[in-house]
Unconditional design. Structure first.
Length: 277
């Protein structure tokens, strides 16, 4: 068995022989790197000359293996990204396309860069602020950065998640709850805009509780204030928020309201057209 393994390895190495090779000390040497392509081993008490890779061929084989690994990893990352976002446009969001002067940018960048520690210590974020202040964009930047580190991420709007669970209640709910529990980072976008029905509240509790029991980080983006989270008197919300707050830190988005700015520019442009300017 051992002899067969040696012979197979030798035969594989022999494929790298060249007409430029030369003999030195009774062994074939590479004319390029001047290292041996043969070696002598003891096999069943006898010396046996077998082929091996020279230095330059070893480097070429290693480079080829690394290239294949990179291609495989890129494919895996693409598959993870496809499974990460309900909104596929978020796959293009990166820290390079973000206002680097904002405090939320710095915090989010550091969070993503140190995600191994965040995961180990179950440290999440509650990003709150008015509409249009970049919470979804920043969340997606974190998601893509963490994905590029080969972690698994699932990012979705809470309203979309509730709707999907209700479509085929038993099957979809079980599948999605398992996904929420399994991923390394779960990002729940736009919490607080969903319909406040009895069924929705029960589903929200199941979602948050499932993630809470996984002991892995969650990131929440919301229009709700810190006060609404910490001092909500509604019993149903209280049991939901308590689980979120336990493992999360509140951070407020300080990015300028881009939607309002864009709307103001559009309004000015329209007025100019109407005035014939």
């Amino acid at each position: 068995m051992f002899e067969q393994i040696i012979n197979d390895a030798s035969n594989q190495a022999s494929k790298y022989q060249s007409s430029d090779d030369y003999i030195k000390d009774g062994l074939i040497h590479c004319n390029n790197c001047n290292t041996p392509k043969q070696t002598v081993i003891k096999l069943l008490g006898q010396d046996k000359k077998v082929f091996c890779l020279c230095m330059c061929q070893s480097l070429k084989v290693e480079e080829e293996e690394n290239r294949h690994k990179q291609i495989q990893q890129e494919y895996i990352n693409k598959q993870k990204a496809d499974n990460c976002f309900e909104d596929k446009s978020l796959k293009a969001k990166t820290f390079d396309t973000t206002d680097k002067n904002s405090k939320i940018y710095t915090l989010a960048y550091r969070y993503a860069s140190n995600f191994d520690k965040m995961l180990k210590n179950n440290m999440g974020l509650i990003m709150h602020g008015e509409r249009g202040t970049g919470k979804t964009h920043i969340s997606a930047c974190i998601a893509n950065s963490v994905l590029n580190q080969s972690y698994s991420v699932y990012m979705t709007k809470l309203s979309v998640l509730i709707s999907k669970m209700q479509e085929n209640y038993s099957e979809n709910k079980l599948h999605l709850l398992n996904k929420i529990s399994d991923v390394d980072l779960f990002i729940l976008d736009d919490m607080g805009t969903e319909r406040h029905t009895e069924t929705a509240l029960e589903l929200i509790f199941d979602i948050i509780d499932k993630r809470y029991l996984s002991k892995k980080p969650i990131i929440i983006s919301t229009n709700l204030t810190q006060e609404e989270f910490t001092n909500n008197e509604n019993t149903q919300y209280r049991r939901i928020f308590d689980r979120i707050i336990e493992g999360c830190t509140f951070v407020k988005s300080d990015i300028k309201n881009q939607r309002a700015d864009k709307a103001a520019v559009n309004k000015q442009d329209l007025l100019k057209i109407l005035k014939g300017e």
